[in-house]
Design a protein around this ligand. Structure first.
Ligand SMILES: [Zn+2]
Length: 125
């Protein structure tokens, strides 16, 4: 799937929802394509006290549920449709799903894609 199609899917996956007094979900969404060509999506859940999780990990969980663990391409957007690079935890999370994910193409902004390996220099392992 093209970057543009993943971007459009991520935008369609956005689903802002208030949760309780301080929480919300669906304000960031992710679409990723595995190396088999299947596509998975996820949304963030933001709750107080650092609870919740990122859209990238939600999409990765869907991929794992589908029996796959290697990402070909990943695009994440905020509620305004701006592409966001994965946070440091999600970069590490994706890499720990398998070193093959070093080659995953990550959309870091509107005009740039980088392999995950370049977003995680000087690996600890
Ligand atoms: Zn994250």
């Amino acid at each position: 799937m093209t970057r543009q199609k993943l971007y459009e899917l991520a935008c369609r996956t956005l689903r802002p929802l208030k949760l309780g007094q301080f929480g919300e979900s669906g304000i960031v969404a992710c679409a990723l394509e595995s190396t088999s060509g299947r596509v998975f999506t996820g949304i963030c859940i933001d709750l107080p006290c650092a609870l919740g999780f990122c859209a990238e990990r939600a999409a990765a969980a869907e991929m794992l549920k589908g029996g796959e663990c290697v990402v070909r391409r990943i695009v994440t957007v905020n509620r305004d449709g701006r592409i966001l690079p994965p946070c440091g935890s999600c970069r590490e999370f994706l890499m720990q799903l398998g070193e093959c994910n070093a080659d995953a193409i990550v959309a870091v902004d509107a005009g740039r894609d980088l392999p995950l390996a370049q977003l995680l220099p000087e690996r600890w392992n």
